[in-house]
Design a protein around this ligand. Sequence first.
Ligand code: BQZ
Length: 693
Amino acid sequence: MTTFKRTLLTMLMAGAAPGALMAQIVEPTMPPEPPAFAAQGAPVFVPREAIQGFRKLDSYNEPDFVKAFVEAGKLPPVEERLPAEPLVMETANMPDGAGVYGDVMRHVIGGRPEGWNYAAGNSQGWGGIDIGTMECLTRVGPLFQVEPEDLAPLPNLAKGWDWSEDGRSLTVHLVEGAKWSDGDPFDAADVMFYWDHIVQDPEVTPLNGANPGTFGEGTTLTRVDDFTVRFDFTTERPEQILYAMGYGTFCPGPEHMLRPAHPEFSDNSYEEFRNAFPPDFLNFPVMGAWVPVEYRPDDIVVMRRNPYYWKVDSDGNQLPYLDEMHYRLSTWADRDIQAVAGTGDFSNLEQPANFVESLRRAAEEDAPAALEFGPRIIGYGLYPNLSGNGWGEPDERAQTIRELNRNEHFRKGIAQALDRQRLGESLVKGPFTTPYAGGLLPDTTYFDRESTVFYPYSLESAKAHFAEAGLEDTDGNGILNLPKDMGGGDVVMTLMANTDYGTDRTVAEGVVAMLQDAGINVSLNLLAGNDFDATRDAGRYDWRIQRTGTELVTGVQNTANLAPTGPNTSQLHMANAEGEMDLLPFEEELAQIVRDFMSSNDAEEKTELMKRYQTVATENLYGVGLTAYPGALVVNKRFANVPQGTPIFMFNWAEDNVMRERLFVPEDQQQSHELHPETLPGAPGEDGPVTAG
Ligand code: BQZ
């Protein structure tokens, strides 16, 4: 029996009068075929070892101005700053070969740094800041160019790993002799502090939300020696873990800075720990290529090269090639405008409102920036809060909405009240947007159109579903009323949206208008990025508009977030204050599918599991998909080594995908935008960068 016939039967079994239902209910279909939109650039696929490796080289090199620090006795020689076997980026894989030192990349971002304590959940402002400061055990961004048969995370701080015979444990070998940007050794103490006192501590949520569920139920981590740790699992060879060891869930912070500030080892409260390293705490130790040396609120964050960066090119040149990074604190829309105009150097063109003008400018002869569209991997969804037992301490009104959200007819009514074709066109005309059913995005590896259930736009059908949910306009004011046992008042729900993006606001306003037409009164709750994220994670919302995450693009990234596999893995449904979960039957099924996917190593089985996931998620509306469209990478033409076909978003954002430590500007094109030329980071907490003299 096809998915569609089964859905219809279910509705009939639910006691709907066949005549009435058949007359009004519009059956679900497969999602409409997206308009053809060929990604402009195609990656050059290579095996992982073509990109990088770990080995000792005969000699190493560094920028001349850094040599002056060594000569002044302010820095040990480069050989001593590097690990015994540094990570070597193969120049053969660099589109323009080995680079030269110098110049700066000028980012413009819409986020605002809260501080440097990533481990305690500080946003660093996004837009490539945290991706640049935080290094993780494995690396995933560059995987867009890895041959499918060799697809697995790249070694990074974990230079290698070994599975035990029975597949129940994974021994991880850390890079030996690497140092934080202040010269403090990186070792197992940093990794174990992150595991024991961040991931396992229920009072702490690191940025990007790592929690015990992220790594598979019952997983433990043990220190073996200074440079070796071992994961032990409750299932056999869960290779998925290698992705969870990448960005954003296993990027350890500097134990020598965090432990003294952690409530378990100090008098600090958890709030004081979270705020222990504000944005103006400069020179905060990082493992990344650049270190924050200047911060001007609402103006700029400046970073200088990390003299202890533990990666080199295969000619022995210590990376990065770029000496400075700027993050101008503006808006995401301004990022597009400045990148296309050439006053900024980089943008993920992800807001359709800027597509046409950016394409026009980039097509001009003298355009300063290259623009390349990738696959359709940006999506927007409308997500209900499915908790009925108190997550987010709802008041009476909010609790009523939660109970409605848990009613499948209410969710189906919401879905069919939305004209998703029109929503997409309200963002940009042309072949960019396509109606998105929800679940995995079209154009992605595990997406299967046949397994996807799409509730087409039909106001009549929406009203029929609302009637099934017991909603009727009993007082004739055009707004549906709750059933008597729920108080009988008008249905009023709040819709949360992120004001950092014009796209989020446009989509939200479109949804409000369409739901109003269907008799649902929606009040918009517009919040800036950091507040939006905090309110979402606390469960204080009825419905929210949000851009889709990596889990709905790759399936293998942040996989635990695809369903409520643990008490705080799903942003639609977390445990209440007592730690209790009240999952709906389809959520139970989704969670089991995802657990099976995380512990399976059989490619075919994983594909079948994802088909099942797609059907259950879209049939039950585990979030209502709205629209999906491609994004474009915009990079100033003076930068070399930008890999062909770099998607703005896949396993990670383009700020990781392009491997910025390998980008360089040929000498004859270098511009003097550096704010602190020939300086290096100072000591942690000290003001500004320092000079050799
Ligand atoms: C890219 C990205 C790099 C976070 C953030 C921001 C946060 C979310 C999301 C994107 C920004 C840019 O996205 O939009 O193009 O530069 O930073 O980290 O939306 O508010 O919480 O998930 O990645």
